[in-house]
Design a protein around this ligand. Structure first.
Ligand SMILES: Nc1nc2c(ncn2[C@@H]2O[C@H](COP(=O)(O)OP(=O)(O)OP(=O)(O)O)[C@@H](O)[C@H]2O)c(=O)[nH]1
Ligand SMILES: [Mg+2]
Ligand SMILES: [Zn+2]
Length: 277
């Protein structure tokens, strides 16, 4: 029988299996081979001995938070309070795509913006959807439920973006605390707490407030380039063009022509320069 680790409890693991939630330790050889079992791992269970036998190969693995086999990352981005940041959005997207996880953007607080701003964000939504990234608003609950159904989901976003509010909307039994002012202390408690997968509307969801302080240190310049998928579709005359100092670069032309979003390009240049340092 197989199970999915949803939580660690000192030396034991809490597993979600077809027979329900069970807690058990891992066989000595796993510890002996220094295999670090992670939340999200799919494991084979020796049912008679109530012990984890071995672990299946991971499709991906995040270091912060420590979690494996993530299908989707729901990136919660508020348009106001805190204000929208294209820089933060693109940074998160690059990080998520680099880690072989599918990103979904969820805009929140669209009730706090003007009609003109709404038009702007709808254009933005269209751009990201054209490059293959789905964008939803936090009031599209039915749509969001459909997207996350049967998936392992990591929820991420700035403090105050509306993650807990969204989870409460997805499952009204949760009653998670939401707060208008970000409490630094409260956040500290969150980030040190071990990651856990919660069963919410037939999905497994991890709420991860520590994720927003991410940087791109693990990535090389080429890694960054690979995550800007719409740039790679444009043929540059130079092989391995970085689209920065090269003359007659077609990506730069596409930016001037409005085919590539200016903020996307500017963020790309910033990230490349960050890695250079
Ligand atoms: N107007 C408006 N307020 C919202 C919306 N979503 C969330 N909020 C409010 O924004 C504040 C922060 O929401 P939370 O759900 O606590 O934010 P969070 O992302 O869980 O924040 P942390 O737990 O600190 O990481 C709360 O006062 C919510 O009521 C929205 O769509 N519109
Ligand atoms: Mg919260
Ligand atoms: Zn180029």
């Amino acid at each position: 029988m197989i199970g999915r680790i949803v939580k660690k409890e000192s030396k034991d693991y809490v597993l979600k299996t077809e027979k329900g939630i069970i807690t058990m330790p891992a066989r000595g050889k796993i510890n002996f081979n220094k295999i670090n079992l992670l939340v999200g791992d799919i494991v084979n269970i020796d049912w008679d001995n109530q012990i984890i036998e071995n672990v299946k190969e991971r499709k991906n693995e995040l270091r912060r938070p420590r979690i494996a086999n993530v299908d989707l990352c729901l990136l919660v981005m508020s348009l106001r309070e805190p204000n929208f940041s294209a820089h933060l959005l693109d940074k998160n997207l690059s990080f998520i795509i680099f880690n072989k996880i599918k990103p979904i953007i969820c805009f929140t607080k669209c009730d706090l913006i003007t009609e003109d701003e709404k038009k702007y964000y709808l254009k933005l939504k269209k751009y990201y959807e054209n490059i293959g990234i789905q964008v939803v608003f936090n009031n599209e609950i039915t749509k969001i439920k459909k997207i996350i159904k049967d998936k392992v989901v990591v929820l991420t976003g700035q403090t105050g973006a509306g993650k807990s509010t969204l989870l409460n909307k997805l499952d009204s039994n949760l009653n998670l605390k939401t707060s208008p002012i970000s409490k630094a202390l409260n956040r500290g408690v969150h980030t040190t707490k071990h990651v856990q997968l919660f069963s919410i509307c037939s999905s497994l969801i991890a709420d991860t407030p520590g994720f927003s302080s991410l940087d791109l240190r693990e990535m090389t310049k080429n890694d960054i380039k690979d995550t800007f998928k719409e740039f790679n579709k444009i043929n540059c005359i130079y092989k391995n063009c970085f689209h920065i100092n090269e003359k007659d670069c077609n990506v730069k032309k596409a930016v001037d022509q409005g085919i590539i979003l200016k903020s996307r390009y500017d963020n790309y240049v910033k990230f490349i320069n960050e890695v250079k340092k």
